[in-house]
Each structure stands twice: as structure tokens, then as C-alpha cells.
Design a protein around this ligand. Structure first.
Ligand code: FAD
Length: 356
């Protein structure tokens, strides 16, 4: 039996399972999926979990079952690429013939002193739960500082403003306008929504230090009862520690077939992979489709395709609470209720296709 080991049951590896099971897994291939949690987590909804507007149960999807699929639940601590083994925190070693690394990403703190220690996170389900507890337990009129006005910072700020209108939410960002990756019209729409919902935007900010309950913006102390960091990501530590070539963001540089150049049997999917687009769930899924083709060709003893067409991305949708949203679909900016409905529809379809 050939053992395909999938590290991380996130968006990338779930798509690999979806394509290989139930009928496309060769008889001589077994799959072992390793994750620290025993269900697939919908990371794109962590902002809502943290804000207290969805339940934990709503953002978990059971992993699929199959006679040739086994699970190993534990913390991956190291990958030995030469010995073809994965080491778990409890000392278990898992051997692989083929490996797909899909361990996702973590917060990046840009060496800001105190940031890791004194801020909350929405990058993992465990941390999002802690953030939820802290935000829910805040007394009325407390101030919440959110650092970073990209998609996840904006979604968290708006969801929190709806969930706890008694809080004062401050969103700190380096730039002149929030959501710099979107057309200016969309940023303006979101800023107006923020203004109407009492969210303050602190532009041109530079967080130089964080202490318990204090954010230092350009070295000026600002009192915050809770601080959430959404100002940058980097691949999982396990991937950062791999002795292979990486790009400027620490993501693994891959061949056209998505494997590590020196290791034909080791693929990297999603946020840990160096790809020509910003990391996203959609991108992880698109890349996973191509990895499945490569695996299937190699299992048949055939050469995989030399090149793949560019991964098709449908657009980005963001929410502003439960009723409004914004997005860029087929390069068309959308604002209001339609993108919010589309976003809910995409989530529903995702859960449906993954057997929720
Ligand atoms: C708040 C927020 C909103 C987002 N919104 C969108 C959106 O609207 N659209 C979009 O396309 N993308 C969105 N993203 C980005 C998207 O969630 C990621 O790009 C996507 O999850 C990456 O998929 P992945 O397969 O690489 O890893 P993930 O989905 O992150 O999965 C990684 C898996 O690995 C496991 N794991 C990690 N480390 C270990 C370890 N050491 N040992 C064992 N298991 C481990 C985790 O438990 C997890 O199951 C959002 C992200 C956030 C935080």
C-alpha cells in the first residue's frame, strides 16, 4: 500500500479528499490525514466566531469517512523530508510515500514588541475561541483595538459593531485608506458604513509596541480593553523551519507540478505555497485540483502535465455585519445586500458540497 499523508485538513486538503473519494482513489493507495483538530474548520468565518455572531458548531464540518482513509489527530512538530516522516508532538512518527503539506498560516507580528503576547488572534480556531470569550466578556463602553484593515480586520470590526454596539471599535491601519487591495469606491463604501456604525479608523498608524491594555501608535499610548491582531500572516512554523527554498513571505517555492523541487513526492498546498496570487481559500482549492491531477498521473505511472492553466479565481466577497457586504466579482465592484447574500450562498454551497 502507498501512503498519501495529508498534513492539515484545511481548504486545500479537503478539496483533495473531495476529489479522490469515494471513487478516484487507486486500490493500492491509503490516505492518512493529520490535523490538530478532529473536524474541518471554516477559517473564513473566524471573524464571526470571535464576534459571537455564529456558534462554534456552525463553522465545523465533519471529515469524510472512507475504508482507506485514516485520521491521526495531533500537533505536527517536524517534517523530515529525507527520511519521509512526520513527527507529532506526542512522539508519534508517521511515514509517507506522498505528502501534501497544507498547514495554513499564523499571525505575523513584524517584530513589534509585545504584539504576540498582548494581542488576540483570529488565525486558528483555538485562538478565535479565546478572542470570542474576551470580547464577549468586556464590560459596556470598552474599547477594542483591531490592528490591520485588510479583509479579516474589516470583517471583524463590522461584525463586532453589530454584535456589541456598546463597544468602541478602533481599526488601526498603516495606509491612507482601508482595504487597499480593492478599488477606492469600495473602500469609501466601507468607510461610510463604519462611520454610520461608530467604528473609528486610525489611518497612517504605526504600532510600535504593545503592552497589556495599551497600543502604542507612533509611540503614543492608546488604552484598549482588548486588542486583536489582523496585521499580517506567515506560513505555519513547521513550514518556516523546512530547509527548502522560500519566497519573501516564507512560502515554499514549488515546481509547476506543485512539489518541492528536490522532493518529487512532497507537495505544498494553500497558504504555505508560493503562488502568484494572495493566499485565499479559493486559491488553495484551485491549487488542490491541480495537485490531484499530478498525483493521479504519477500513480498511473504517467508523466504529469508540464504546466497548468492559471488558477481561476472568482473574486472576493467581504461582509459588513449580517446584512451588507462588498466585493469584487469578475472585476466588478459590488456593494450592499447582493454581495452579502452571495457570500452567504457561497458558504452554504461549500458546506453542502462537503457533506455538512
Ligand atoms: C477571518 C478570515 C477571513 C477570511 N476570508 C476569506 C474569504 O472570504 N475568502 C477566501 O478565499 N479566503 C479567506 N480567508 C483566507 C483563508 O481562510 C485561507 O487562505 C485558507 O484557510 C487557506 O487554506 P489552507 O488549506 O492553506 O489552510 P487552512 O484552511 O488554514 O487549514 C490548515 C489546517 O492545518 C491544521 N494545522 C495547522 N498547523 C498544524 C499543526 N502544527 N499540526 C496539526 N495541524 C495543524 C489546522 O488545524 C487546519 O485544519 C480568510 C481568513 C481569515 C483568517
Amino acid at each position: 500500500m502507498r501512503n498519501l499523508v495529508l498534513l492539515g485538513g484545511g481548504y486545500g486538503n479537503m478539496r483533495i479528499l473531495l476529489r479522490l473519494l469515494p471513487n478516484h482513489l487507486p486500490e493500492n493507495v491509503h490516505i492518512t490525514l493529520i490535523d490538530r483538530v478532529p473536524y474541518h474548520c471554516l477559517k473564513t468565518e473566524y471573524y464571526a466566531l470571535a464576534a459571537g455572531t455564529v456558534s462554534d458548531h456552525d463553522i465545523r464540518v465533519p471529515f469524510p469517512e472512507h475504508p482507506r482513509l485514516t485520521y491521526c489527530f495531533g500537533e505536527v512538530v517536524r517534517i523530515d523530508l529525507d527520511a519521509c516522516t512526520v513527527l507529532l508532538h506526542d512522539g508519534t512518527t508517521v511515514a509517507y510515500d506522498d505528502l501534501v503539506i497544507g498547514l495554513g498560516c499564523e499571525d505575523k507580528y513584524h517584530n513589534v514588541p509585545g504584539a504576540e503576547q498582548f494581542t488576540h488572534s483570529i488565525q486558528s480556531i483555538e485562538k478565535s475561541r479565546v478572542t470570542y470569550q474576551t470580547l464577549s466578556n468586556l464590560p459596556p463602553q470598552s474599547t477594542v483595538g483591531i490592528v490591520g484593515a485588510g479583509l479579516s480586520g474589516v470583517e471583524l470590526a463590522s461584525e463586532l459593531a453589530e454584535s456589541r454596539p456598546d463597544l468602541h471599535v478602533m481599526l488601526f491601519d498603516r495606509g491612507e485608506r482601508i482595504l487597499p487591495m480593492f478599488p477606492e469606491r469600495l473602500s469609501q463604501y466601507v468607510e461610510t458604513w463604519f462611520h454610520e456604525h461608530g467604528i473609528s479608523i486610525v489611518r497612517h498608524s504605526n504600532i510600535t509596541k504593545v503592552e497589556e491594555g495599551i497600543l502604542y501608535n507612533h509611540d503614543e499610548p492608546i488604552h484598549c480593553d482588548a486588542i486583536v491582531w489582523t496585521a499580517g500572516i506567515q506560513p505555519s512554523r513547521v513550514v518556516r523551519e523546512l530547509n527548502v527554498e522560500k519566497d519573501g513571505q516564507g512560502r515554499v517555492i514549488l515546481t509547476n507540478q506543485h512539489h518541492i523541487p528536490e522532493y518529487e513526492n512532497v507537495y505544498v498546498v494553500g497558504d504555505c505555497a508560493s503562488l502568484p496570487y494572495s493566499p485565499s481559500a479559493q486559491l488553495a482549492e484551485g491549487q488542490a485540483e491541480q495537485i490531484v491531477q499530478v498525483l493521479q498521473s504519477r500513480w498511473r505511472g504517467e508523466e504529469p502535465p508540464n504546466e497548468f492553466p492559471p488558477i481561476k479565481l472568482k473574486g472576493i466577497l467581504g461582509s459588513l455585519g449580517k446584512k451588507h457586504g462588498f466585493g469584487l466579482v469578475a472585476d466588478r465592484p459590488l456593494t450592499g445586500r447582493v454581495p452579502r447574500l452571495l457570500k452567504s450562498g457561497v458558504l452554504w454551497m461549500y458546506k453542502y458540497h462537503n457533506g455538512y
